[in-house]
Design a protein around this ligand. Structure first.
Ligand code: SF4
Length: 335
């Protein structure tokens, strides 16, 4: 997750909530991608570190558990600098230029000059972030699948150029898990990312200024909901509407109970309820989700969060170095 500020409900439902569940079944690595933030925010880096701390607290509040998962800051693990450089040597330029988000982001962030080497190369950084941990799966939503596919292609190319040396000293466990190649191609673990609109009806996104934050207190949540756009067909209170054409309806589908959702459909389509009432039900549901998250977040101090990141970065560094030992050996760049 990039440290662009406090996380919002879109981040929570699209990623964090899935990650929390994965902790039950997998050994997980989660990191704050501060090097990725540099690819677009290189001109003003003043907010990256404070934002990273906010993201760490949101991770913990959301339910990532440092006793089960490794939670760290990307730039604190120096192997995240080393592997992208090596993989960059074998990644054809054309592969990077055709990444769909490359042009998309340039258009969306037209006010920033993104004609930078670092920005073009961010998929190599992303591939390295993944491959450093020799993972079986990468949990992503549908829109991120292309990045994992590119990661697989880069890994394949690496393994073709640099097969695992026959005699090496890398430990039996790793060899047993990944016997054939140094950088196994990871699979996508498709995680649900429900449609979550912001207050203006567009996709919830910090750049649109339409977010509901994981840290928003109850009055703020209610205030934001009050201004949220609704089905445009409901001009007057007596006009029937359709929750399937209303962003508030979308929120209900994600957060409300089946009973409330049934009441929303019935009341909206018959004009039996007003939008103000309907929005207050949606706010109730959001507050119910957010309260335990905010309580858990408040139970961590900033210094505790920093300690957790330091320990996570240490652990991640140990695991990443195991991979780098193999990478350097395969490339015959032994230290
Ligand atoms: S009643 Fe609810 S679902 Fe229907 S238009 Fe109003 S806010 Fe949307």
């Amino acid at each position: 997750m990039r440290p662009t500020g406090k996380l919002h409900l879109g981040n929570y439902m699209g990623a964090l909530a899935n990650w929390v569940k994965l902790q039950d079944d997998y050994e997980c690595y989660f990191f704050i991608a501060d090097l990725h933030a540099l690819t677009t925010d290189y001109a003003d880096t003043s907010q990256i570190t404070p934002n990273a701390l906010e993201v760490a607290l949101d991770f913990l509040g959301g339910g990532l558990d440092p006793s089960r998962s490794t939670i760290f800051v990307q730039s604190h693990v120096t192997q995240h600098f080393e592997l992208p450089l090596l993989l960059g040597m074998i990644t054809p330029l054309g592969w990077l230029e055709r990444v769909p988000s490359y042009k998309e982001m340039q258009e969306n962030l037209a006010h920033k000059d993104l004609t930078m080497y670092g920005f073009l190369g961010y998929p190599v950084l992303m591939a390295s972030d993944i491959l450093l941990y020799q993972p079986k799966y990468v949990p992503v939503g549908q829109d991120q699948q292309a990045h994992v596919e590119l990661t697989r292609e880069i890994a394949r190319r690496f393994n073709n150029f640099y097969p695992r040396p026959k005699a090496q000293n890398v430990g039996d466990i790793l060899r047993a898990v990944h016997p054939l190649c140094v950088l196994p191609e990871p699979d996508v673990l498709l995680t649900p990312s429900p449609k979550l609109p912001g207050t203006d009806g567009r996709k919830m996104s910090k750049s649109y200024g339409n977010t509901i934050l994981m840290t928003d207190p109850e009055p703020e949540v209610r205030k934001k909901l009050k201004t949220m756009v609704t089905d445009p067909a409901r001009i007057r209170r007596t006009d029937p509407g359709d929750p399937d054409k209303c962003p508030v309806g979308d929120l209900h589908k994600v957060f409300s109970t089946p009973e409330t959702i049934a009441k929303v459909y019935e009341g909206c389509r018959s004009a039996g309820i007003g939008c103000i009432e309907c929005k207050s039900w949606a706010a109730d549901a959001l507050v119910q989700v957010l309260e335990p998250i905010q309580d858990r977040r408040a139970s961590y101090s900033e210094s505790q969060a920093k300690e957790i990141l330091a320990e996570g970065s240490r652990r991640a560094g140990v695991r990443a170095e195991q991979t780098m030992v193999e990478v350097r050996a395969a490339m015959r760049m032994l230290r």
